[in-house]
Design a protein around this ligand. Sequence first.
Ligand SMILES: C[S@@+](CC[C@H](N)C(=O)[O-])C[C@H]1O[C@@H](n2cnc3c(N)ncnc32)[C@H](O)[C@@H]1O
Length: 504
Amino acid sequence: MVMIQEARKYQAFYTKSTPIVDYMVSKLSLKNDDKIFEPCGGDGVFIETILDVNEFANIDVCELNEGAFNILQNKFAKYSTVHIRQCDTLLDNDLIFNSNFGGVYDKIIANPPYGAWQDYDKRDKLKKLFPNLYAKETYALFLFRCIELLKNGGILSFIIPDTFLNLHTHKAIRQHILTKTKVVELALFPSSFFPGVNFGYANLSIITLQKSDNKNENLNNQFRVVNSFTNVEQLSDTTDKQLKTFSFLQSEVLANPDHAFLISDNSKVALAINNTKLKVGDIANCVTGFYSGDDKTFLQVNSTDLKNGKNYALVDANSINRDYQNIPNILDGIEGEKHFLPIVKGGNIKYLKPEGWFMNWSKEAVKHYKTDKKARFQNPQFYFKFGVGVPMISSASITASLIENKLFDQSIVGIFPKDEALTYYLLAFFNSPICNTIIRTINPSANNPANYIKKIPFIMPDEKNLKTITSRVKEILSSIKANTMYDERIETDIHTLFKTLYGF
Ligand SMILES: C[S@@+](CC[C@H](N)C(=O)[O-])C[C@H]1O[C@@H](n2cnc3c(N)ncnc32)[C@H](O)[C@@H]1O
């Protein structure tokens, strides 16, 4: 436990991946007489790899944590050219001095702390030292400090989250990179390549750049971005044909809004998520549905052939109430025989789910739901309303189906637009690949809880687009209701329209 707390405090997640370390060291193009800096020593993986190449390498190391510092000192005691100090790379006076005088290092390599906890006193100092930077994400401060510490022509390689590429808060570091350095290469890959730790970030990046005091040359620098890695070993050859490579001019990136690196579809999506004014949560209520607390007792099926329906009792057709919308105080349950109501459950079916599940909605049953500990009588104001249901768990892609004034269960997020005219538009949107890309960028797992759905950027359609999408999705619904296959070209048309509306 103490170890974990220490790790969190110092963000001591070490680079235990040979392909990553080898790639970063190779990017430095080391020379024998290079003066090298490792600003966040950790347990010394980068130092070891550099010494493997050149046992007389001249390396300065900083490490804040006393325990790690002691280990480093022992480990490298026999190397007279490795100088280890226990110090704070961001606040150390010698480093500040060297930064202000144009830098002293030929090469710098780092896996800096990403969001290390800072006490208030330190935060104040950092804000004064790095007034334009976003101090909460410490890695940007380390990157800035290290660019300053490089000599003109010096090279650094950093492994950091990819959020600096397009988050609004990192605008200043982007401007600094684009004007004060030449980007050599940018490799983007999933954080799962980094063993053992989940940072809560979708992606990591390794940025290699060369400091240069010639702004014109920097702006005319063309750099490579490599992504689509399927395994970490591909870092050993970033010219591999299976990887996607993009080429950009720094002046182009500088001209983008907020100097954002709009590298791939993915970064355009991230930009849309971060910069959108309107989100699904602003225009619709997104809520989780009902749970009886004991489905085996209260839930019934209209056919035992229904998927997962085997263990449930068959509903008696005479006990199904078809007129429930006209019953006053329906949230208190139904008197009499006809007290089973249709409920929409999870399962990935697009547009409209066939009826199959029925919930006991008798007065006694509802009383149970309202009082039982396991039951969830949550968000009842949305029960029996017209909206869209998105299963909490997606199989391949996110799907959505209509909730036609039915009950919906807790495996579904019900989406109820404040303006009902948007319901069919939302139904089409939540079945589109664009929506899937966005939600998987917000949350790469297969889960779609209400809080993530609320964050999806929403584009308010003009009247013409709203009409087109509404009528096209209604065509699909009519086919499904008539038990016929819908024309997939209609779906393609809708998807194309969303692509145009979202611009990626
Ligand atoms: C993410 S680890 C990386 C360690 C090592 N370079 C690696 O890649 O395995 C970051 C290291 O930086 C140290 N650290 C955190 N804040 C620091 C600071 N302000 N100055 C110097 N070192 C710091 C932590 O104690 C930790 O060992």
